[in-house]
Design a binder for this molecule. Structure first.
Ligand code: NDP
Ligand code: GDR
Length: 370
């Protein structure tokens, strides 16, 4: 039985990857942070009672900023594969917490690599590093490939650039099988609520159900290459099964503006939108509501721009070319953007109906829209 350690196991990718590896027959160990409330929602369905025998899913407390903790865990677990997914992963928040982001995302990666080296596991343990399309930042080339130069545009991206190169360096210096997956944006029904896609699908569902009036967004012109997280975690595993340790771009080769994602999400609920105005004055109104279940009047304002969501430096356009991964590893994504939007909307409409029942029952529902 192969043994895997996943840092960031409580995150979107950590949850899908755990599920995937358990199905493949792995023993999976996950690093989770202590928090004052339960933070294991995404993996609760995988939880196993610590008192029963023959478990194959284990959670350990830890933190990417704590070297001795990481060294001890890696020594105890002796993993065949480490998936380093833990990170302060929000680009805008990284402008507010730049030093912490550098520590967790940049030095955290070094701590994992160096633990493997110090413990004499360089020959045994393969390491996947969660690199990102944010490395490309300011557009240098379209579409972006493994050879496109980096130009990071946020403390997050700069920290991830250190992580990228220290991974390459440990591979070259110590022969560790360590790879960067340069993944473009990938989303899902369990995407964090403050990333733009999930913020939009939650809001579209809440607006349709009458639980929220409108959504405030930042830059509607930003273009992203959005895929489905389920397709991307499969690729993480494939990367570590390759004969040679290399770096790989994973993307859909299509790019879409935020505005169009909004249109698609509302469209799923039968709500047609009309966008008017420009820049900070841009707004969206209901053009037609074709679903009799929802009581939205034509002309209702459902979206406005709030400059507080603008970033000090923005990444305008991302579009990746995953030809290498497709040709050398045989990766075939199963989801198109429309499937992704449908999956997220279906899930959020169901979730928000729960809020509607609570509201109808006189309970206070959370009104936090960040
Ligand atoms: P999430 O934000 O959903 O999950 C991040 C995970 O990291 C959570 O489990 C979080 O714990 C954990 N974490 C954060 N800080 C620390 C720390 N100091 N010590 C230990 N754990 C920590 O991210 P995703 O699942 O979306 O992304 C996974 C990885 O892939 C990240 O490294 C991200 O930067 C990278 N990436 C993501 C892309 C995407 O589009 N999703 C694209 C390219 C790269 P907690 O739950 O307690 O907050
Ligand atoms: P990103 O994802 O920065 O690409 O990083 P995010 O969804 O936060 O932003 C995408 C684009 O949408 C614009 N935008 C908004 N973004 C947020 N969060 N909230 C808003 O209200 C809003 N309005 C417009 C942003 O300006 C941006 O251009 C994600 C993370 O998962 C990273 O960890 C990962 O490395 C990259 O994807 C690839």
């Amino acid at each position: 039985m192969k043994v895997a350690l996943i840092t960031g196991v409580t995150g979107q990718d950590g949850a899908y990857l755990s599920e995937f590896l358990l199905k493949k027959g792995y023993e999976v160990h996950g690093l989770k942070r202590r928090s004052s409330l339960f933070n294991t929602d995404r993996i609760d369905h995988l939880y196993q009672d610590p008192h029963v025998e023959n478990r194959n899913f284990f959670l350990h407390y830890g933190d990417m900023t704590d070297s001795t903790n990481l060294i001890r865990l890696i020594q105890e677990i002796q993993p065949d594969e480490i998936y380093n997914l833990a990170a302060m992963s929000h680009v805008q928040v990284s402008f507010e917490t730049p030093e912490y982001t550098g520590n967790a995302d940049g030095l955290g990666t070094l701590r994992i690599l160096d633990a493997v080296r110090l413990l004499g596991l360089a020959e045994k343990t393969r390491i996947y590093q969660a690199s990102t399309s944010e490395l490309y930042g300011k557009v240098q080339e379209v579409p972006q490939t493994e050879t496109t130069p980096f130009y990071p545009r946020s403390p997050y991206a700069v920290a991830k650039m250190y992580a990228y190169w220290i991974t390459v360096n440990y591979r070259e210096a110590y022969g560790i099988y360590a790879c960067n997956g340069i993944l473009f944006n990938h989303e899902s029904p369990i995407r964090g609520e403050t990333f733009v896609t999930r913020k939009i699908t939650r809001a579209a569902a809440r607006i349709a159900l009458g639980l929220q009036d409108k959504i405030y967004l930042g830059n509607l012109d930003a273009k992203r290459d959005w895929g489905h997280a389920k397709d991307y975690v499969r690729m993480m595993w494939m990367i570590l099964q390759a004969d040679e340790a290399e770096d790989w771009v994973i993307a859909t080769n299509k790019t879409t503006p935020v505005r169009e994602f909004v249109r698609m999400a509302f469209g799923y609920a039968g709500i047609e939108l009309e966008f008017k105005g420009e820049g900070v004055d841009e707004k969206a109104y209901v053009k037609a509501c074709n679903n009799p279940e929802y009581q939205l009047e034509t002309g209702k304002e459902v979206l406005a721009v709030d400059p507080k969501y603008f970033r000090p430096t923005e990444v305008d356009l991302l579009i990746g070319d995953a030809t290498k991964a497709k040709e050398k590893l045989g990766w075939v994504p199963e989801y198109e953007l429309v499937d992704l939007v449908n999956d997220m909307m279906q899930s959020d409409l169901k979730l928000m109906k729960k809020d509607q029942y609570l509201k109808d029952g006189g309970y206070r529902i959370l009104n936090y829209f960040e």
